[in-house]
Design a protein around this ligand. Sequence first.
Ligand code: GUN
Length: 349
Amino acid sequence: MWYHFEEGSSFSQGALKLSARVLNGIAIRDQIYGELKQEIAALGAAGIRPGLAAVLVGENPASQIYVRSKIAACEQLGLGSWLHTPSAAVTTEEMLSLVAELNARDDVDGILVQLPLPPQVDTKAVLEAVDPAKDVDGFHPVNLGRLVSGRAGLVACTPAGCMEILRRSGIAVEGANAAVVGRSDIVGKPMALLLVHANATVTICHSKTRDLAGVVRQADIVVAAIGRAAMIEPEWVRPGATVIDVGTTRVTDAAQVERIFANYPARLAQFREKGFTLVGDVHPDVAEVAGAITPVPGGVGPLTIAMLMSNTVKAARLRRTPKASTNTPPNTTSNTASMKTPGAAAAKS
Ligand code: GUN
C-alpha cells in the first residue's frame, strides 16, 4: 500500500501517525473571512450593510445550534442579522407571509429558512417564495437552474464550501475522477454539478449503487454526503485520494464510538468526558490511506457558514450596488473568483 508522508503535514489524533494531509476548514474559513471583511468595508463606505434574516421554526436542537452559529458569524463580520422564530405549529400561509415580508425589506439581503420544516409546512412552496436574489442558501429552483446551466447565481453553501476547500488547497479537479456519495438536493446534486463545471468526471453514488466500494475506489476525489457515521471504510479509498467529509452525525452510543475510534485514544477520552462525539461519513482510519482529508469537526462545517456569509455579501452587492457584475461565477467567494465560469466549461461539453 502506498503511504503519503509529507513533512509538516501529517497529523496524529493521539495514536496513529497518519499519512493524509489535513485540509483545515477553520484556516480556510478565516482566509475567506479576511477577504470578506474587505468587501464588507467597501460596501460600508457606500452606505450598505449586508444583512441576513434567519427563520428558525420550532425547537430542533441541531437547527438551533446551526442558526446560532450563522447569526454569530454575521455579528463577527459586522453584517446585519435578524432571527425569526415561528412556533413548531406554524402554517404554510404564515411562513409565506413572513417570507413575503422579508422579500420586501431593502435591508434584508439574504433569507435563510433553516430546514427541516415541520411536516405540516409545504417546504417547497416556502423555498420557492424566497426572492431568488435573496436566496443565500441557493435552494430556489431559479438558482438551481442557473447552476445546472452554468449561469451565475447563488450556490448552495455546503457544496460551494467543498469547492473552496479543493481550490484553496491546490487539489487538481480538472480531469479528476470524482465520486459524490449521496444525492440530496442540498449537497449531493449541486456538488456533482460544481465538480462537472470544474471539469471533473463525476459519478453520483446512492443507496442503490452497485458495488459502491468499487466505484468509490476509482475516485481521485471522494465527497461523502450520506449522513451515515463512518460508512466510508479505508478499503474503499484509493491510496492518495482526496476525501471531503460532509457528514456530521452526533453519536452517543459508547460501543459504536469505541469501534470507530479504536485507534484514537485521545478521541475516546474526549467522548467519555462529553458523552457524545461528532462523526463524519468517513471512517477516521481512512486518514491512513487518503492523500488529503477534511476532519470532522473542523473541515467542511466552517466552510458552510463562510459561504453563507459570502453569499449574503454577494447578494447585497448584486442587489444594492448599481454597477454590480451579474457574471460572478458560482462556487467562488464574491471577490476572489479564480475558477473558470461554469458556462465556459459547460459550453465545451
Ligand atoms: N439544514 C441542514 N443544512 C442546511 C442548510 O445548508 N441550509 C438550511 N437552510 N437548512 C439546512
